[in-house]
Design a protein around this ligand. Structure first.
Ligand code: NI
Length: 169
C-alpha cells in the first residue's frame, strides 16, 4: 500500500526510529509499503519516519530508471566506518522541489538486517553511500535542512512553509 509521505516541517519527521526486535510479518508488510511508496514517489530512498512510522528501517534503490530494480532493505542500520568526504547535491521526498549540496562521507561500511531478518554488512560509495547517510539521518530525526548554513536553512524553511500554506487553502 502506498503511504503518505510527510513533508517538512511536519514534526513527526523529528521522531527517532526505534530498533526492531524481531522481523515479523507486520515489519515485512511495512517494508513492502515503504518500497511501494518510494517507487510511486518516485525516489531512491525512503525512511520509515517519513511515513510516520518510528522504527529503524529504510529502503534504497539507486538503479537507473531503465535498469532492473535493485531494492535494498536496511533494518536496524548502523554505520560502522566512514572514510573521505564528498559533496552531493541531494533531494528528499520530504522536501519536494528542494535540492541542496550536503557534505557527506564518501565511503561507508554499514551493518543492518535484510527483509528476512538476516544480518549483513555492506561497503558503499558514491550515491549509495550518500543515500545510506541521508536515510540514517532520517531515523535519527535529522533532516537535510540541518546540514545547511543559516542563510540556506532560512530560505528552505520559508519555501517549505509557503508550500504548506498554499496546500492549506
Ligand atoms: Ni530524505
Amino acid at each position: 500500500m502506498v503511504r503518505t509521505i510527510l513533508h517538512y516541517p511536519d514534526e513527526r519527521l523529528r521522531q527517532v526510529g526505534k530498533k526492531v526486535d524481531k522481523v515479523t510479518k507486520e515489519i515485512q508488510a511495512l517494508v513492502d509499503d515503504m518500497a511501494e511508496t518510494m517507487y510511486a514517489a518516485p525516489g531512491v530512498g525512503l525512511a520509515a519516519t517519513q511515513i510516520g512510522e518510528a522504527v529503524a528501517i529504510f529502503v534504497i534503490d539507486i538503479a537507473e530508471a531503465d535498469a532492473p530494480s535493485d531494492l535494498r532493505v536496511f533494518i536496524n542500520p548502523e554505520i560502522v566506518e566512514r572514510a573521505d568526504e564528498i559533496t552531493w547535491t541531494e533531494g528528499c521526498l520530504s522536501f519536494p522541489g528542494v535540492t541542496e549540496d550536503v557534505d557527506r562521507a564518501a565511503k561507508v561500511k554499514v551493518k543492518a538486517m535484510d527483509r528476512q531478518g538476516k544480518a549483513f554488512e555492506l561497503d558503499a560509495e558514491g550515491l549509495l553511500a550518500v543515500a545510506i547517510q541521508h536515510e540514517l539521518d532520517h531515523l535519527n530525526g535529522v533532516l537535510m535542512i540541518d546540514h545547511l548554513g543559516p542563510l540556506k536553512k532560512r530560505l528552505v524553511h520559508r519555501k517549505m512553509q509557503k508550500r504548506q500554506d498554499a496546500q492549506a487553502l
